[in-house]
Write a protein that binds this ligand. Structure first.
Ligand code: ATP
Ligand code: MG
Ligand code: FE
Length: 342
């Protein structure tokens, strides 16, 4: 089965062709980051309009790269939520119309299930069951994953998502949007130990997260050391970025270990934009080795939003026989645990 995948939940237009026999044939991504940069965050209406502009050229380009004719596509999978309603509507209407014209199935995919399954696109993929740490711009969740659609949330953030915290810390340090990768880069120049930021909620039992206190702590530290232009000197900014990243990474790692102990699983997968973070990967590798567990993640470009994960997740569900009616439905908010278990 050959599936065209379409992702438009936020500010990335992603398209891919996944073949259940031959694997990923091609993928393309267009990021609107530059468009939104001057506003310091995603402007929903601009995002929708840009998806309208970019989708068709990107589909043509991806089909060509995959050396696939439209009549070789068996189904279209698109992101049906969660995300920005306008952006989701563009992808859903486009995918459903194209599927209708081509006379093939279309299936709405849950964006976070897409992230969750992305590590399966790599060689030596993880096997069920496992614990998943979903760490993205909008989510920080630990999930017990027994199989496709068999998800139990073990804990999540009570306030900001980890990626959101990175983006806000970036803003405080006068870095561009999205700030996660830029904070990570700046942190490399930071000196360990100059600042030690709190590790939120690690002393309490349970698997909940909270990053808003860390955000305030970062803001206060920046203000304390600010020079006339409102920012600390370069080295101090790097030291702050380092301390911030360490606090997030350690907090996530502690909770991951706890989730593995609680479930008895020996496999952890990390997915979503923050799973691209090198320090997080490194720290989890060290800590999990000590308890005989293993961590899996996707290549960098499949940690953040992309079409490949949507094509893959859709293909798995279609293979298991899931079908949907022709109506266009999107879910800006969508609980992953109510998805059909297959
Ligand atoms: P969601 O998937 O929850 O709907 P999203 O789609 O906006 O949210 P993703 O595309 O998965 O989120 O990830 C983007 C987030 O990942 C941003 O917050 C970005 O700053 C963060 N991020 C990306 N790379 C890194 C990195 N190397 N270190 C830390 N954070 C990162
Ligand atoms: Mg994005
Ligand atoms: Fe995402």
């Amino acid at each position: 089965m050959r599936v065209l995948g379409i992702e438009t939940s936020c500010d990335e237009t992603g398209v891919a062709v996944f073949d259940t026999k031959h694997g990923l044939l091609a993928h393309s991504l267009y990021s609107q980051a530059k468009l939104h940069a001057e506003y310091g965050g995603v402007v929903p209406e601009l995002a929708s309009r840009d998806h309208v502009r970019k989708l068709l050229p990107l589909v043509n380009e991806t089909l060509a790269k995959a050396e696939t004719r439209p009549d070789q596509i068996d189904a279209i999978a698109y992101t049906a939520g969660p995300g920005l309603i306008g952006a989701l509507m563009v992808g859903a209407c486009f995918a459903r119309s194209l599927a209708y014209a081509w006379g093939v199935q279309a299936l709405g995919v849950h964006h976070m299930e897409g992230h969750l399954l992305a590590p399966m696109l790599e060689d030596n993929p993880p096997a069920f069951p496992f614990v998943a740490l979903l760490v993205s711009g909008g989510h920080t969740q630990l999930v017990d994953v027994q199989g496709l659609g068999q998800y139990q949330v073990l804990g999540e953030s009570l306030d900001d998502a980890a990626g959101e915290a990175f983006d806000k810390a970036a803003k405080m340090l006068d870095l561009d949007y999205p700030g996660g990768p830029l904070v990570a880069k700046l942190a490399e120049q930071g000196r360990p130990g100059r600042f030690v930021f709190p590790r939120p909620m690690v002393d309490r039992p349970g698997l909940e997260f909270s990053f808003s206190g860390l955000k305030t702590y970062t803001l206060n530290t920046v203000a304390e050391h600010a020079l006339e232009d409102g920012l600390p000197d370069e080295q101090t900014c790097a030291d702050i970025a380092h301390a911030f990243q360490e606090a997030v990474v350690q907090t996530l790692a502690i909770k991951c270990r706890r989730a593995l102990q609680q479930t008895g699983h020996k496999t952890l997968i990390i997915a979503g934009g923050v799973s691209a973070n090198t320090r997080l990967r490194e720290e989890l590798e060290i800590q999990l080795q000590k308890i005989g567990a293993q961590v899996y993640y996707a290549r960098h470009e499949f940690c953040t939003d992309n079409g490949a994960m949507i094509a893959y997740a859709g293909a798995q569900r279609l293979l298991h026989g899931q079908r949907e009616p022709l109506s266009v439905a999107v879910h800006p908010r969508w609980d992953m645990t109510i998805l059909p278990a297959l």
